[in-house]
Design a protein around this ligand. Structure first.
Ligand SMILES: Nc1nc2c(ncn2[C@@H]2O[C@H](COP(=O)(O)OP(=O)(O)OP(=O)(O)O)[C@@H](O)[C@H]2O)c(=O)[nH]1
Ligand SMILES: [Mg+2]
Ligand SMILES: [Zn+2]
Length: 317
């Protein structure tokens, strides 16, 4: 399925003229695709409706459970959102970008070619930690010789306790499939890492557009343009998302940010000052742990950059 916004008149996927509703009716459903102000909602009757929102609301995400006024033409209006178990999102100074709702697992895909940025991985992991979503790191393209170097860089994360799976998505994803059972997972990562290739291996009927194809069509660097949810089996879903260049965490205050870096946790509460921001305060237990070699220098630098951005923003507003 090609991830471009369908025309407004897209018919419902399970169209059955004999079961047309005679008038608008209230129902519930799950958002399976998010196209800005339009959403595909898989409703309780199994029909996928092409929905708009009330009041031009856009703060819904793929995976959200919503109340819908269903119309008899395969379309509908989303009335509101049911309480979310989780919400994965990123934010910069100006806006928030909802990525996926009600997911239990975030699969961050990295690959040696094109190269990936460890700082982006750190931000993805911190967002998942903050949202209470279980993280899994996938090192894809393990067939490429450059992957040995990537594997060494990722040892830091396995030492922290993060599960890591090496994959050659073009050859098979059986090992990953086992990790997805019983979860609603979201694939995140930079562009070109192989997220949609993984999806196609998991669910070949989806036929998501991948970079080889998009390159030949000249559609540019990012291949997947919208988040889409697919069912793997009765109890497991997967959401493919567009590649990210950065993963802003402006929504995390300094205290939340520090506890989202899991290796900081044993030291939180042990600093001299109760409101320590772990930047350069005397008696900081986290800085001391870094000095003692228990916290990685680059990870600490990522934390300090994010914390400083957050504090600057607070001063401005
Ligand atoms: N060598 C090798 N290439 C792979 C592997 N998995 C995916 N690729 C290639 O990597 C390229 C990018 O794959 P996509 O699946 O489009 O990447 P994506 O992460 O979905 O990218 P965006 O949609 O832009 O975020 C394609 O040319 C794939 O064929 C792998 O295991 N090994
Ligand atoms: Mg893709
Ligand atoms: Zn401190």
């Amino acid at each position: 399925m090609i991830s471009s916004a369908p025309p407004r008149s897209t018919p419902c996927l399970n169209s059955d003229s004999t079961s047309e509703l005679s008038s608008d009716s209230a129902t519930q459903g799950r958002i399976t695709a998010a196209f800005g102000r339009r959403f595909l909602v898989e409703c309780a009757d199994g029909r996928v409706r092409d929905c708009v929102t009330r009041g031009k609301r856009t703060d819904y995400a793929c995976g959200d459970q919503v109340s819908v006024t269903a119309q008899n033409d395969g379309q509908g209006v989303i009335d509101n959102c049911l309480p979310r178990q989780t919400l994965l999102y990123r934010s910069d100074r100006w806006k928030q970008k909802l990525i996926a709702a009600n997911v239990t697992q975030m699969v961050t895909v990295v690959a040696p070619v094109p190269s990936f940025d460890l700082d982006v991985l750190d931000c993805c992991l911190a967002a998942a930690e903050h949202a209470g979503i279980r993280p899994l790191i996938v090192l894809n393209k393990a067939d490429l010789p450059e992957s040995a170097k990537s594997a060494v860089a990722l040892e830091l994360y396995t030492a922290m306790g993060y599960p890591l799976l090496k994959l050659i998505a073009t050859q098979g994803v059986d090992e990953l499939r086992a990790h997805l059972t019983g979860h609603r997972s979201v694939l995140v990562g930079e562009s070109g890492m192989g997220k949609s290739t993984i999806l196609n291996q998991l669910a070949p009927q989806v036929r998501a557009l991948t970079q080889e194809v998009s390159a030949s069509l000249g559609t540019g660097k990012h291949t997947t343009s919208h988040a889409r949810l697919h069912h793997l089996d009765a109890g497991s879903d997967i959401i493919d998302t567009p590649g990210v260049q950065s993963f802003g965490l402006h929504h995390l205050g300094v205290a939340d940010l520090a506890s989202a870096f899991i290796e900081f946790r044993p030291y939180i509460g042990q600093c001299r000052f109760r409101d320590c921001r772990h930047l350069e305060e005397p008696g900081c237990a986290i800085l001391a742990a870094h000095e003692a070699g228990h916290i990685d220098t680059r990870r600490l630098a990522v934390y300090r950059r994010l914390a400083a951005e957050n504090l600057r923003q607070q001063k401005q507003f």
